[in-house]
Design a binder for this molecule. Structure first.
Ligand code: MN
Length: 163
């Protein structure tokens, strides 16, 4: 009986240790991921500079008048200057980047920050020169129209804003 108990105890310890090992391995894998959300597909349109990825997440219910997705930027990647007729929210999920409204200093934004972008304010958002960056972008009041794209954030503008 004692032997059985000892064997069961050893087995239980083995299970616990194995479980812990697997758990840690999982945690490490998650930390290596770029974001809490899928990276999605590489953005190929001309409204972005550098390498960025988009994973659209919604909304399937058009009566909500929102659309949202996860955007991941490699270092230096950014949007062009643009505005949103219905406004936009950004929730930063990874890394460091910048938000700049036209005529204002750029704001350094990092994981855990959020940005509330008023209707029709011309702006850009993107990664810092030395950091990958990801945010959930929520476009609001989409029945008022999609993003209005203006033109590239030049290298000079980017370097001025991010130095
Ligand atoms: Mn925007």
């Amino acid at each position: 009986m004692k032997l059985i108990k000892t064997t069961l105890f050893a087995l239980a310890i083995t299970v616990i240790l194995t479980g812990c090992h697997n758990h840690q391995h999982g945690a490490e894998s998650e930390q290596k991921a770029t974001s809490a959300f899928p990276k999605g597909e590489k953005i190929t349109n001309d409204n972005f500079a550098g390498t960025a990825y988009l994973h659209m997440m919604g909304a399937s219910d058009t009566s909500l008048h929102v659309s949202f997705g996860n955007v991941t930027f490699e270092p230096k990647a950014r949007t062009n200057w643009h505005s949103h007729p219905g406004g936009q929210l950004l929730f930063i999920t990874e890394g460091k980047g910048y938000y700049q409204a036209k005529g204002e200093p750029a704001q350094l934004i990092k994981k855990g920050d959020y940005v509330e972008i008023p209707r029709n304010v011309v702006h850009w958002h993107g990664a810092a020169p030395d950091s990958e960056f990801a945010h959930i972008a929520v476009s609001l009041n989409t029945d008022d129209g999609g993003a209005v794209w203006i033109g590239p954030v030049t290298d000079e503008e980017y370097h001025q804003s991010t130095k």
